[in-house]
Design a protein around this ligand. Structure first.
Ligand code: GUN
Length: 291
């Protein structure tokens, strides 16, 4: 048996398509959705991610402005850029690409972003709303993308055992909350680097989400036959057979597809969904100013 692959690229494009109409409606009411992306430093992967986000804006008709800052930018300079974007009424979404340079404090930058423009959904107010069971605000993009993929595949998680491997504030923690929320109703275990017998815990799960950041960590024999496996990992690994000398690998061993019922590919799974959710949040943030 081989898993049904969940095509995040196709679903992401469908979601983006559905935004085109909402963007047109906003424009007819005098609002042009506008995302500001702040990129500090020269991290190669961040440059690729930001380019992909700007391309998605073009597909949806969203205006995007990119602010490039040097890798030695000071905390004060970065904070000033955020403050200016906060008070600029023509900007609806602000995204400061992570990781920010070592000369800056990423958490305090996150807290400085106006929560109504926080299209990453990382501000404590937006994460706090999620804890309170309010899921109609600006939600973190990767977890929201995972939930949208599960929903689109028609997978019912009521009473299901879910294991989220990874406890980051960007993916693992908010995703665990979303899976446990009323209406989804999964029973969630959060596993992490100190978890004993992660393989054993996963083998009982109907859903395994890997958000670890280490290539091919989750093996086929961790997976219960027929379970859903969502791979959030995007790891660049050496591959001499490629012209580039490297390729992307997920956190899950591709062999797991021989056991799983559903599985997300890497690339083309969760990655494009994160971007589609960022577009959704940007349109939502622009709509909220008219409400
Ligand atoms: N770096 C990697 N993923 C993300 C993301 O979703 N948002 C931001 N701001 N930075 C990232």
């Amino acid at each position: 048996m081989s898993a049904t692959l969940l095509d995040g690229k196709a679903l992401g494009l469908r979601i983006e398509d559905s935004l085109v109409e909402r963007v047109a409606s906003l424009k007819s009411r005098g609002v042009e959705p506008h995302l500001a992306v702040v990129l500090a430093g020269d991290d190669a992967a961040s440059h690729v991610y930001v380019r992909n986000k700007q391309r998605a804006c073009e597909r949806c008709g969203i205006k995007s402005t990119r602010i490039d800052l040097p890798s030695d930018v000071s905390q004060e300079e970065l904070m000033q850029v955020v403050n200016e974007l906060n008070s600029d009424d023509s900007i609806h979404g602000i995204l400061v690409q992570s990781p920010t340079p070592p000369s800056t404090d990423e958490l305090s930058i996150t807290e400085a972003i106006d929560p109504s423009k926080d299209v990453d959904g990382f501000h404590p107010m937006n994460l706090g709303r999620l804890v309170m069971g309010q899921s109609d605000g600006l939600l973190p993009c990767t977890p929201a993308g995972v939930m949208a993929m599960i929903d689109d595949a028609g997978i019912n998680l009521q009473g299901a055992k879910a294991v989220v491997i990874g406890r980051s504030r960007i993916v693992g923690m908010p995703l665990a909350l979303m899976l446990a929320q009323k209406g989804i109703d999964a029973t969630v275990t959060i596993a992490h680097s100190r978890t004993k017998d992660a393989a054993e815990i996963c083998r009982e799960a109907d859903l395994v989400v890997a958000a670890i950041g280490r290539p091919t960590t989750v093996k086929a024999d961790w997976i219960k036959p027929g379970a859903t496996v969502i791979d959030v990992g995007i790891n660049r690994i050496n591959d001499e057979s490629r012209e580039s000398g490297s390729r992307l690998a997920g956190d899950v061993d591709p062999e797991a597809a021989q056991v799983a019922g559903y599985m997300t590919p890497v690339p083309g799974g969760v990655g494009p969904m994160t971007i589609a959710m960022l577009m959704t949040n940007t349109v939502r943030a622009a709509e909220m100013i008219l409400e």
